[in-house]
Design a protein around this ligand. Structure first.
Ligand SMILES: Cc1cc2nc3c(=O)[nH]c(=O)nc-3n(C[C@H](O)[C@H](O)[C@H](O)COP(=O)(O)OP(=O)(O)OC[C@H]3O[C@@H](n4cnc5c(N)ncnc54)[C@H](O)[C@@H]3O)c2cc1C
Length: 409
């Protein structure tokens, strides 16, 4: 069993938006913090789809977790946590780590909904490498004359952002045909303001088909079958179908079937099973149910750090009160939607706002500590300026774009 020093020991499992923000709040002078993630880098999920159009190459969306932890004075271990009790956790290496408090922030896994062939033949967009692969296949198709049929499965925010980026780069190329497929009848069904119509209008004259109201029954190398039995040709199937709980949340359960439950927590983020174990971010299921959004995960991560400190010093824990923030959904360079509770607004200018959030977020997670870092940071800004702000804000395109801000209720 590994245990370190005399300071209270805190383990954080999962170093995504929630886990990293929790780690940032905890001072290494007061706590012995170990952060564990199976991957070496955090990948900036809200911007991954931009790799598909080539607007980002992917490497600028990754930050080394080891470096972030070194700057904070915390320990990083690249491992998968396979089990957790009220006092320790078990790594895939066989090591056990003892803790006084633990934060689980393991996010979610691709939800292929048990569709046969989906995990094998469809491409996910949840990692830089997945999006780089999709980008490569599409770039290669521009070199020949053969048609590439691209299917996006899932017409929620992720699917719309993916389709938008593909259209940004390839909508005027004759080699491409696009289709969007979803069991739901509407595009962006969770968003107020009937954005379905708006999205459809943008692609009216483009080679885009919507096959809505029928789920995918199976995926094969050359295409897919819908639940109504219809076969659809597809050379590149992209899966944008949401997320499932990670197995850790249901480890140690005695159920014969693998459970698919999110981590149930109280309003303090303490798990129902152990008071020393907190669950936050996408992994947490607490009333009220919140959308899986990075800003919620960040808020939860910051909040849980305070409750962990309160638990360790014997103080009463505080209850989390989620703030409501609008969700931003981009549709390539065709539009960007800001979705509020009850209405949505649309303007291509919002794309620049989303980019600003990304650059500031990266800076906040990894502020420059030396001259080389500073130059790299300027580089990130410079690339954002060149690829996003300037095209959006240049006076010529602005004339057309400013008039397009609209309200949908
Ligand atoms: C493609 C995509 C686009 C998105 N776009 C947006 C957007 O535009 N705006 C927005 O607000 N939100 C967006 N989201 C949602 C947002 O990214 C998530 O809500 C957010 O990442 C959740 O943060 P988290 O810390 O809970 O989990 P994650 O960021 O998923 O981090 C979980 C971490 O846990 C690690 N992990 C899991 N299991 C284990 C284990 N057993 N042992 C060790 N490590 C483990 C994983 O490797 C991962 O690093 C998007 C998500 C995706 C997938």
């Amino acid at each position: 069993m590994l245990g370190f020093g005399s300071k209270p020991r805190i383990c954080i499992v999962g170093a995504g938006f929630a886990g990293l923000n929790a780690a940032q709040q905890l001072k290494s002078s007061k706590y012995d913090v170990t952060v564990i993630d199976r991957e070496p880098s955090i990948e900036w999920l809200p911007n991954l789809h931009e790799i598909i159009s080539g607007r980002k190459d992917g490497e600028e969306l990754k930050l080394s977790r080891r470096r972030i932890m070194a700057r904070l004075g915390h320990r990083f271990r690249q491992n998968t946590v396979v089990d957790v009790s009220g006092t320790s956790l078990l790594l895939d290496s066989g090591d056990m780590i003892a803790f006084d408090a633990c934060v689980i922030a393991t996010g979610g896994l691709d939800d292929f909904s048990g569709v046969p062939g989906a995990s094998q033949f469809a491409h996910s967009t949840k990692h830089v490498a997945d999006c780089q692969h999709i980008a490569k296949v599409m770039r290669r198709a521009t070199l020949g004359h053969r048609t590439l049929k691209v299917s996006v499965v899932g017409a929620g925010a992720e699917g719309v952002e993916v389709l938008g980026e593909a259209l940004r780069a390839y909508r005027h190329r004759p080699q491409f045909e696009f289709q969007m497929i979803d069991a739901n009848k509407h595009i962006l069904p969770q968003c107020a303001g009937n954005l379905d119509n708006v999205v459809r209008r943008h692609v009216d004259k483009l080679s885009v088909d919507f096959r809505m109201g029928n789920g995918v029954a199976s995926v094969e190398k050359e295409g897919l079958y819908l639940q109504n039995g219809k076969a659809i040709e597809s050379d590149l199937t992209i899966w944008a179908g949401g997320v499932l709980p990670t197995p850790l949340l249901n480890a140690s359960s005695n159920a014969s079937e693998p459970l698919r439950q999110w981590g149930r927590v109280s309003a303090t983020f303490q798990s129902h099973r152990f008071e020393s174990v907190f669950i936050v971010g996408d992994a947490a299921e607490m009333p009220p149910i919140m959308a899986n959004e990075a800003f919620h995960a960040i808020d939860m991560g910051r909040f849980v750090a305070m409750n962990v400190e309160r638990l360790l010093s014997g103080k009463r824990l505080k209850r989390f009160d989620p703030t409501t923030k609008p969700q931003v959904v981009s549709f390539g360079d065709l539009d960007t939607f800001m979705v509020f509770n009850g209405f949505s607004v649309s303007s291509s200018m919002l794309g620049a706002a989303k980019e600003m959030v990304y650059t500031l977020g990266l800076l906040q997670l990894s502020p420059p500590t030396n001259a080389k870092d500073f130059v790299n940071t300027l580089d990130v800004f410079q690339r954002s300026m060149r690829r996003v702000y300037l095209p959006t804000l240049n006076p010529v395109s602005m004339v057309g774009k400013l008039t397009r801000a609209r309200l949908f209720t």
